[in-house]
Design a protein around this ligand. Structure first.
Ligand code: ZN
Ligand code: ZN
Length: 407
């Protein structure tokens, strides 16, 4: 176990954020994960990191705050907090977040407080989020188990934490043999091959259909680019934004999405579970949203701003792929999005359009990319999903059949 943990910490630091000599590292971690966070810090210093700056998180304190803090707390962000994120982002510090949370940590909390806190946070940390969406600094989000989350994934199992560890190690290709880095390089190469095929086709639109009732047409911007989880900063520092990652993604045309889309997995959003939901979409805008579970949380998520009602990401993940084949519902988007084709409502990534990394929001908007303070992935892939691409000269090309790539 010790060896696997060290290998995982090294993988996150050396491949995930690819820390450079003299670079600062912001490390965010739940307090329960302190021993692992220390290993990441040790790996970073061993690789020449200048300073590791800790940002501790705690589900219990976060819930207490949402329940009991003074009401105006959710509309303001203290100056030191703005400076912390924005200044480090602007200097190009690396950002590694260990994401582990009780999926229902904020159940019963006033949704209005959650929405206001997101709005004020996004506004105050705009420079940070802008740079993150444009790969302006190396960032990586990864996970390790905490008991509350493991209990949700493996209810009633006395060894839930161990089982979640096993599943996570498998999904990030850690076996303890010290060869995880090589396996990741090979994995990224395969994703890049597929990305290149899609880019060569230059689709005008994609049509999604399955037996859940999804029938959605998504037009793609001219000059759209498919990307993989492997990003690169303007200075050429390569990193992997999410570990694990199995997706190939691009941006839809903001006003070019029409039809009905039905979720295929529960979505854990801001400490609430939203399940069995669907959207009716007209000219890109979500006109109707219905959830059997979590209607209020769903309404809140798409009401963050006007852009939250439009889509910002189209991602392809085969039904037959490593995380999907585990048949585990993680209640954590980092894993669940890599088990299923997904879409995101909210902001699009700069790298999804030619030259996008150097464009500002107005330029991206002019090309048809969505702008929002939200970016929420939700899963739509099923065993019977078909996706047919249409090229600009009207040729139809099957992309997915029975849930898998056929390109
Ligand atoms: Zn995605
Ligand atoms: Zn996403």
């Amino acid at each position: 176990m010790e060896e696997k943990l060290r290998e995982y910490a090294r993988l996150l630091v050396e491949v995930g954020i690819n820390i450079q000599k003299g670079q600062n590292l912001i490390l965010a971690s739940p307090v329960e994960c302190a021993p692992f966070a220390r290993m990441c810090a040790q790996a970073a210093y061993a690789a020449g990191c200048r300073e590791v700056i800790m940002n501790w998180r705690d589900d219990v304190l976060s819930r207490e705050k949402f329940l009991h803090a003074a009401d105006d707390v959710f509309d303001t962000v203290p100056e030191w907090n703005r400076r912390f994120y924005n200044d480090y982002a602007q200097e190009g510090a690396a950002y590694l977040a260990i994401s582990a949370s009780d999926p229902e940590n904020l159940k019963g909390v006033d949704q209005d407080r959650i929405v206001r806190s997101q709005r004020s946070g996004s506004e105050a940390l705009k420079p940070f989020y802008r740079l993150q969406m444009a790969n302006g600094f190396p960032w990586c989000i990864a996970s390790i188990p905490i008991p509350s989350w493991a209990e949700k994934v493996f209810p009633g199992c006395p060894d839930a934490v161990e089982r979640l560890w096993e599943a996570i190690f498998q999904s990030v290709r850690i076996t303890g043999d010290g060869k995880a880095v090589e396996r990741w390089q090979e994995h990224l190469r395969l994703l890049e091959e597929r990305r290149d095929k899609l880019n060569a086709l230059r689709f005008a639109s994609l049509r999604y259909r399955n037996s859940l009732g999804t029938d959605l047409t998504i037009r793609l911007p001219e000059g759209h680019l498919w990307a993989t989880g492997g990003g690169e900063t303007p200075k050429g520092q390569k990193f992997i934004a999410n570990m694990p990652t199995e997706e190939i993604f691009t941006a839809p045309l903001r006003d070019g999405v029409d039809g009905v889309v039905v979720s295929s997995m529960p979505l854990c959003q801001d400490g609430n579970i939203i399940d069995k939901f669907s959207f009716v979409v007209k000219k890109g805008r979500i006109e109707e949203a219905r959830a059997e579970v979590g209607q209020e949380a769903l309404e809140a998520a798409i009401s963050l701003d006007e852009g939250a009602r439009y889509f910002g990401e189209v991602a392809l993940v085969p039904y037959d792929s490593p995380i999907s084949n585990q048949k585990i519902l993680y209640y954590n988007t980092l894993f669940d999005e890599n088990a299923s084709c997904h879409l995101a409502f909210g902001e699009a990534y700069n790298e999804c359009v030619e030259g996008g990394q150097n464009m500002d929001k107005e330029e991206l908007k002019a090309l048809g990319l969505n702008d929002s303070i939200a970016h929420v992935d939700f899963m739509v892939g099923t065993a019977d999903l078909s996706i047919v691409g249409t090229t600009h000269d009207g040729r139809e090309v099957p992309v997915f059949d029975h849930g898998n790539f056929v390109l």
